[in-house]
Design a protein around this ligand. Structure first.
Ligand code: ZN
Ligand code: ZN
Ligand code: FE
Length: 697
């Protein structure tokens, strides 16, 4: 890893042991030549591994004896770019030392919004090419002043070879005085703020009008906004694990349970007891929060589901109708990278702070593989030998903006790693733009079934190849029979899969419309179940069964049907919204499962209907529904007769109650259960699964 203070560390170590020689980055890693007494060389080698700086990752040390040349001095030599495998580190939150200087009136960087050092600051998002040296970053246009240069060149300084080092004299500056931005925010205004991997839209988190205006202008109806704060415990209940995630150098958004009476506008997360909270991660954020004196909404600078705006001109164009002012600066962002989102145990979105860190692959790719992912929550993944580089989150690929981001970012990744993709892995869905793009490329193609990719992602992140059973529950994925799948029990390894059980396919009345309008799913299921349909519109919509009603076995649709039947909502504004509300309704209510064998969803909806008609409380019905899916799925695994490992994947498993209950039931039956920890269970993890399958090819 470059730019984490490793060369300065080596320099200091060589000095301590009185060794001569040099250290340099050659693009594949660090090369060190040292000469001196044998005992000193041995002590040096041991310390290399034991005392390495915290951000550095030492994978292997290879030693080769050379003839001494009589060199007494030790130097840091210029980098070379022989290969391009040495990685750029992820962007890292402002460190404690820099934070102290930021608020120290005596420091020459007092209140300087671009303060950084070898342990913190922008990395991935400012790097134009490897090796990671200042001329290859977007800081190239800011020549160091004398003072910064002496820090940069002084091995004893904590800014020794900190590539983005700068100060008020030589570095970037803000495009708007901070006081003006703060005054606007205090007055209920919306301010676009330039971050590390793109622009945010900010407003006061407590100001109902401001948040409502942001929602209206951003065309985002219900999806929760993230909040940036220094005091997360004022807003939410935070356990030790969540606090650790919040404070980690990756600084993700963490989903935490909202405190009742938290000073947060209702419009921040309508009807949702969870809040997405993050701590400030750039010096500019720290200054903004300190001067504003409260929590800020900090949401991606885009219209709903589009990729985040990162180029200044593009931001002014796209966000001009949303923001009242722009708090920008003149340090360009080279790569788009959205905030990451975590629930305590797994990522929902793996982006800033993680990218471009490699994920392991259980089987090495013989040739570089590019896996292009799915359509919603798009990511792609580049596999090189045993390393998989999962891209940041790109949003939904169904907009022209996202599609062009997808193409641009693939080029950036290929050039960063210096590879040409020999193999391209893609989803089987013929209408996904990622599939269409793949089919146009000049490479060997590997088509991967959607749910096989989900299962493979979970296996691969645990370093396993299977065979295993896989419960893959999600909204939609293209099946090998041309219908939509999504309530699947597979037996699979990294090369093949067998579909052992699945939900019985039901017609989606009106196709896509049935996904936006869960009441249509309730109607479709009720009709199959021979129960009355309580929705008046059904008389009209029913006609679509003859015209446009693709078949789906998606678990997401069964959750939608139950949610609509329980009166939670008839239409949704984002994917999974009804299912989330069903989980909230069930909460911790205890309930026995219905007597239901995994398969015919209509029978389960009939049971829900009959309970409701009998006047059973809705939370108990929602709880019974969850328990039924969990126990019946575990029973289906037991019937499969092995193997004894089960992976759980697919967006539906973001439902904590369902995941926990399914795990409990499976473990009671003697199964070993694997769930996601490194990649999202949702479609953001698909490209990694495709890459694992193509690599194992
Ligand atoms: Zn620092
Ligand atoms: Zn300077
Ligand atoms: Fe999926």
């Amino acid at each position: 890893m470059q730019g984490v203070g490793f060369r300065p560390f080596v320099f200091g170590l060589a000095q301590r042991h009185g060794l001569g020689g040099f250290v340099l980055n050659d693009g594949t890693g660090v090369v060190i030549e040292v000469e001196g007494a044998v005992s000193d060389l041995e002590a040096f080698a041991a310390a290399l591994r034991d005392e390495a700086p915290s951000l550095a990752r030492v994978d292997a040390i290879e030693v080769e004896p050379l003839t001494p040349s009589g060199e007494r001095a030790f130097t840091i030599a210029a980098s070379t770019a022989a290969g391009r495998t040495a990685l750029i580190p992820p962007d890292t939150a402002t460190c404690g030392d820099c934070l102290r200087e930021l608020f120290d009136p005596g420091d020459r960087r007092h209140r300087y919004p671009f303060i950084n050092c070898t342990q913190c600051g922008p990395r991935f998002t400012i790097v134009r090419s490897v090796p990671y040296d200042r001329p290859n970053t977007t800081m190239a246009g800011f020549p160091l002043c004398d003072e910064c240069r002496s820090e940069y060149e002084n091995p004893a300084d904590r800014r020794f070879h900190a590539e983005p080092v700068c100060c008020p004299v030589c570095g970037p500056s803000l495009s708007l005085p901070l006081e003006q931005a703060v005054a606007l925010l205090r007055g209920g205004g919306i301010v676009a703020v330039k971050g590390l991997g793109g622009w945010h839209l900010a407003c006061s988190a407590a100001n109902e009008d401001a948040v409502a205006r942001l929602r209206a202008r951003k065309h985002r109806e219900d999806k929760p906004f993230a909040l940036m704060t220094n005091e997360p415990e004022l807003l939410a209940h935070i356990d030790a694990g969540e606090r650790e995630l919040l404070e980690s150098r990756r600084r993700p958004i963490v989903l935490v349970p909202r405190r009742t009476g938290a000073p947060v506008a209702a419009a921040v997360a309508p009807g949702n007891p969870w809040l997405g909270v993050l701590l400030p991660y750039t010096p500019l954020h720290h200054l903004l929060l300190a001067d504003f004196g409260g929590a800020l909404v900090m949401t991606s600078g885009n219209r709903s589901d589009e990729p985040i705006a990162y180029d200044d001109e593009e931001a002014r164009e796209r966000l001009g109708g949303i923001a009242d002012a722009f708090l920008g600066h003149d340090r360009p962002i080279h790569r788009r990278c959205e905030d990451s989102i975590l629930r305590a145990s797994f990522p929902i979105r793996r982006s800033r702070g993680f990218a471009p860190e490699a994920l392991p692959l259980p089987v090495a790719a013989a040739q570089p593989v590019l896996a292009v992912g799915a359509e919603l929550k798009s990511t792609f993944c580049l596999a090189r030998r045993r390393e998989a580089f999962l891209s940041p989150y790109l949003g939904d690929l169904d907009t022209e903006l996202a599609y062009s981001a997808f193409r641009t970012d693939i080029e950036l990744y290929l050039s960063m790693l210096g590879v040409v993709a020999a193999t391209i892995a893609h989803d089987l869905h013929p209408e996904y733009l990622s599939t269409k793009w793949a089919l146009e490329q000049d490479a060997a193609l590997v088509g991967v079934q959607h749910h096989h990719a989900h299962a493979a992602a979970c296996l691969a992140e645990h370093g396993e190849t299977g065979p295993a059973l896989a419960l893959v529950f999600d909204g939609t994925g293209f099946g090998t029979d041309g219908t939509l799948w999504g309530g699947e029990l597979l037996r699979c390894d990294l090369s093949e899969f067998e579909r052992l059980a699945h939900l019985r396919p039901v017609p989606l009345p009106g196709g896509e419309a049935a996904i936006r309008e869960p009441w249509r799913m309730a109607a479709s299921y009720l009709e199959l179940a021979g129960r009355p349909v309580p929705f008046e519109r059904w008389t009209l919509v029913r006609e679509s069964l003859h015209v446009n009603a693709p078949l789906s076995s998606g678990m997401g649709r069964l959750f939608d049907a139950a949610a609509a039947l329980l009166g939670l909502r008839e239409t949704v504004t984002f994917e999974g919204q009804a299912a989330v509300e069903l989980e909230l309704l069930a909460a911790q209510t205890a309930a026995e499962p219905y007597a239901w064998r995994f398969g015919d969803g209509a029978e389960l909806i009939a049971a829900v209907h009959d309970d409701l008609a009998a006047g059973r409380p809705r939370p108990a019905i929602a709880a019974a529904f969850h328990e039924t899916i969990a126990t019946s799925a575990a029973a289906a695994c037991a019937e499969a007769g092995g193997p004894d490992t089960v992976v759980l994947s697919g967006g539906t498993f973001q439902n904590l109650r369902l995941a926990a209950s399914t795990r409990r039931n499976l473990e009671a039956l003697g199964f070993r259960v694997l769930t996601h920890r490194l990649v999202p269970p949702n479609d953001g993890g698909i490209s990694y699964g495709q890459a694992a399958i193509a690599a194992a090819g």
